[in-house]
Write a protein that binds this ligand. Structure first.
Ligand SMILES: Cc1ncc(COP(=O)(O)O)c(C=O)c1O
Length: 385
């Protein structure tokens, strides 16, 4: 018996393949986008306390009251946005599950969903699982800006939603107010949803984080997805959430219930306290990532990579065409074997694979000592050419 047709285009993650080869060669893994340093101690202690305090049964399906209160308070405090914790918040198993649940709750088979390319690799499969057709609009090299005309042309009668990821994986772009305004206008004109994916909202080195739901006329047509994974360096906890108008939240909660019943109860109890951390925590998060970026960027420039510095998130998406004429997968394998540093081939982030052939993505969410070792190895790259 064959697997269902909808799975035919899903491929094993290239990132995992790179990790496997990196392990064989004892390369430093700058491919995988998760921290190799510990998450904040108070959250770990709170999780242990929750488990020892017997918070080990199913949580409320749409999220524990404590975590939903913390999330609603976060939106009030950071973005001046009123969120009803009872009717507008769904806690999910990561932003990943939030995105899949939102797609299944709001998108019908035959609908079109606009995705900005390059993109985080889950959006394509999410669209396919919902029976929708993804329509790709490029962010333009070298500054990864949005071309207004191309975006306008991508909207059609079938457009149901646009996915907006800012700060952006893999380019590090933080979308400007002007770009967000343009998207907001097009969503209103074409009666489309804005689905925002913003797990890196607190990791920014330039530019403000613009929350689409706070733009005029957008509260009722925006689904805001975020996560604890990157903010609290706990990608394994699998905690994310979707904030949406009450009617759509009801639909999202139904899908979420059938998919997972709920997110891990003791971790929700612990996660709630993270949002109460003072501004110092969030400032340091961004500053520490900036320091890691500063260890990596000059060495890569010196070696001949071309890129604009990321404005946020913890990735650097670099054009290697001045260094090598190899394809991206071949170049990434060569980097593992010869330089001892693993990256992700650029084509993983493109539907049109050839558009990503001259890029690789470096993740700089690693310990300072790991970044230093990687920088030392990369500094030797010119000698290998
Ligand atoms: C843009 C983007 N969205 C979502 C996710 C997944 O987040 P989570 O761990 O909350 O599922 C990632 C993880 O790398 C990401 O880069």
């Amino acid at each position: 018996m064959l697997a269902a047709k909808r799975t035919a285009t899903f491929t094993e993650s290239v990132i995992r393949e790179m990790t496997r080869i990196a392990n064989q060669h004892e390369a430093i893994n700058l491919a995988q986008g998760f921290p190799d340093f510990p998450m904040p101690e108070p959250l770990k202690e709170a999780a242990c306390a929750a488990i020892n305090g017997d918070i080990n049964q199913y949580a409320v399906t749409w999220g524990s009251a404590a975590l939903r209160i913390a999330i609603a308070e976060k939106y009030r405090r950071w973005y001046g946005m009123d969120v009803d914790k009872d009717a507008e918040v769904t806690v999910t198993c990561g932003a990943t599950e939030a995105m899949a649940s939102v797609f299944m709750a709001l998108i019908d088979p035959g609908d079109e969903v606009i995705i900005l390319e390059p993109f985080y690799e889950n959006y394509g499969p999410d669209a396919i699982l919902a029976g929708a057709s993804p329509v790709f609009v490029p962010l333009e090299w070298p500054n990864w800006t949005l071309d207004a005309d191309r975006l306008k042309k991508a909207f059609s009668k079938k457009t149901k939603a646009i996915v907006i990821n800012t700060p952006h994986n893999p380019t590090g772009r933080v979308l400007s107010r002007a770009e967000m305004t343009l998207i907001a206008e097009l969503c209103q004109k074409n009666d489309a949803w804005a689905i925002t994916d913003e797990p890196y909202e607190h990791i920014r080195f330039a530019g403000d984080h613009h929350v689409m739901a706070t733009f005029p006329g957008m509260r009722e047509r925006t689904i805001t997805i975020s996560s604890l994974s990157k903010t609290f360096s706990c990608t394994g906890w699998r905690l994310g959430y979707a904030v949406a108008p009450a009617k759509q939240t009801a639909a999202i909660r139904k899908v979420h219930d059938f998919l997972t019943v709920g997110a891990p109860a003791p971790l929700q109890a612990a996660g709630a306290i993270g949002f109460a951390f003072d501004a110092d925590y969030f400032n340091h998060l961004a500053q520490d990532y900036k320091a890691r970026l500063n260890m990596l960027a000059p060495v890569l420039r010196e070696a001949g990579f071309q890129f604009v510095n990321p404005e946020g998130a913890y990735y650097l998406f670099a054009d290697f065409s001045k260094i090598s004429k190899k394809g991206d997968v071949e170049f990434a394998k060569w980097m593992i074997e010869e330089i001892g540093v693993a990256t992700v081939p650029g084509s993983s982030f493109y539907h049109h694979k050839s558009h990503g052939k001259r890029f690789v993505r470096f993740a700089f969410c690693k310990k300072f000592e790991t970044m230093k070792r990687a920088a030392d190895r990369l500094a030797k790259l010119p000698k290998h050419l």
